[in-house]
Design a protein around this ligand. Structure first.
Ligand code: UD1
Ligand code: PEP
Length: 437
């Protein structure tokens, strides 16, 4: 167990390169099980969640060859389905939410699968109904063995159909798409999630020979094919990291250039940060954020208090709500933060309040932030990271605060941010990883 020790209050300066996207990587790495041919993937982030998934598919018999930093070749010609019956599989799959996306490809290719209740962030109830209802519509039968906490699914023949998803679930859509590409006939998914992660997945599957149309919309049509081939794919930069770095720059009054952002794929993210008054310039594909003493939260056009809320893509991603919240603590003005999707993702604000932030937690979903406009600095404290994004929000708060902070449970941060302390040190941050005493 390690903690981050952070001496705050320093302005940072320099360039930072975002890693490959975590949530895309989890889909793409699962999808390599769909073909027996080699698939080469680049820009895979070196983070705990993705490495665990790579290990898991390796255990399943996929040949995993590391070609260089972030590049791997996967060949799934010899999959050992017996591994699904082992304790090792149950333990490893349960530790990782992304493991749920192994189901779609395994069902599509091998007709049956099982899965323990998967892990991931404890940010509220996270049901998997969309995944299972989708598989069921395609003809799979499943049951949940409550004594073993195992889902068993049987899908000897998946057949395409029309389905209207009960919610635009990101991993649910990915799973159903991966099951449908090898199903008999045509599948139409309405209310499909359409995050860039999914667009990338569908484009990769099409390059492998799948026939998916409607990519980028909430209506996907998938004509099943009998077999998929190999391909090469490069992960997008992680849009959540990019948003985190924009927030970091603003909070710490730093001049930072975020390199190679694929701005065309960031959707509404830059605009939401701009609404908090944060200035940025697009320089080619880089985002330049100047050092800013003050930033002022806009109001709505009628003068009423701004609300920032999450929504399925192309709405604002829930994974950046915690970052927006922390950045608002030093803005001029007031904003209502509304985390609609998750029930327990705002509780970390008590730590920000301890640091001196002015926040009223109205209920588990809504927090009112009254910006300090730098009249007062946050002060460093000891705290624990409850989930991946709150962890980074606290890290940003600590870097801006006076004095020293300690953040424990940083395994949460490591799930999704590659060598974060190394990259922050390179732009001047005083942060150390030390063993917990
Ligand atoms: C590995 C991965 O890719 N994780 C992401 C994925 O998780 P994941 O795919 O698990 O999340 P879902 O898209 O299924 O949604 C999460 C929860 O939000 C609720 N919900 C969802 C859709 C909706 O229209 N309305 C609604 O209320 C659901 O109750 C659900 O339990 O998408 C989430 C939502 O963008 C992100 O926070 C996670 O980082
Ligand atoms: C909630 C997240 O991850 P996971 O779905 O893996 O828990 C996240 O990436 O913010």
């Amino acid at each position: 167990m390690s903690v981050f020790k952070i001496k705050g209050g320093k302005k940072l300066k320099g360039e930072i390169v975002p890693q490959g996207a975590k949530n895309e990587a989890l889909q793409i790495v699962s999808a390599v099980l769909l073909s027996a041919e080699p698939i080469t993937i680049h820009n895979i982030p070196d983070i705990v969640d993705v490495n665990k998934l790579i290990e898991l598919i390796g255990d399943l018999g996929c040949k995993v060859e590391k070609l260089g930093t972030g590049s791997y070749r996967f060949t799934s010609s010899d999959i050992n389905m017996k591994f699904l019956e082992t304790d090792t599989y149950r333990k490893k799959a349960a530790a990782l939410r992304g493991s749920v996306m192994l189901l779609g490809p395994i069902l599509a290719r091998f007709g049956k699968a099982s899965l323990p209740k998967p892990g991931g962030d404890k940010i509220g109830r996270r049901r998997l109904d969309t995944h299972f209802l989708g598989f069921q519509k395609l003809g799979a039968k499943f049951n949940f063995d409550s004594s073993e906490h195992l889902f068993h699914i049987d899908a000897s023949e998946l057949t395409g159909c029309y389905m209207l998803l009960d919610e635009a679930s990101v991993t649910g859509t990915a799973n159903i798409v991966m099951a449908a590409v090898l199903a008999k006939g045509t599948t139409t998914i309405y209310n499909a999630a359409c995050e860039p992660y999914l667009q990338q997945l569908c484009m990769m599957l099409n390059r492998m020979g799948a026939k998916i149309s409607g990519v980028g919309s909430n209506l996907l049509t998938i004509e099943g094919v009998s077999k998929l081939g190999g391909t090469e794919h490069t992960m997008l930069p992680d849009m959540i990291e990019i948003g985190s770095f924009i927030g970091l720059a603003a909070m710490t009054q730093s001049e930072i250039t975020i390199k190679n952002c694929r701005i065309d794929m960031l959707g509404i993210i830059p605009d939401i940060f701009k609404r908090l008054g944060i200035k940025m310039e697009f320089r080619g594909d880089d985002i330049y954020i100047p050092s800013q003493e003050h930033y002022e939260i806009e109001t709505f056009i009628d003068g009423s208090i701004l609300t920032v809320s999450d929504a399925p893509w192309p709405g604002f991603t829930p994974d950046l709500i915690s970052i927006i919240l922390v950045v608002a603590t030093q803005a001029k003005g007031t904003v209502l933060i509304h985390q609609k999707m998750f029930e327990s993702r705002l509780f970390f604000v008590d730590k920000l309040i301890d640091m001196g932030a002015q926040i009223i937690l109205c209920d588990p979903h809504r927090a009112n932030v009254i910006g300090l406009d730098r009249k007062q600095k946050l002060k460093g404290i000891k705290m624990s990271s409850p989930d991946i994004r709150a962890g980074v929000a606290l890290l940003i708060a600590a870097l801006s605060a006076s004095g020293t902070s300690e953040i424990s449970n940083i395994e949460q941060i490591d799930r999704g941010y590659q060598n974060i302390e190394g990259r922050l040190k390179a732009i001047g941050a005083e942060i150390e990883r030390v063993s917990a005493s």
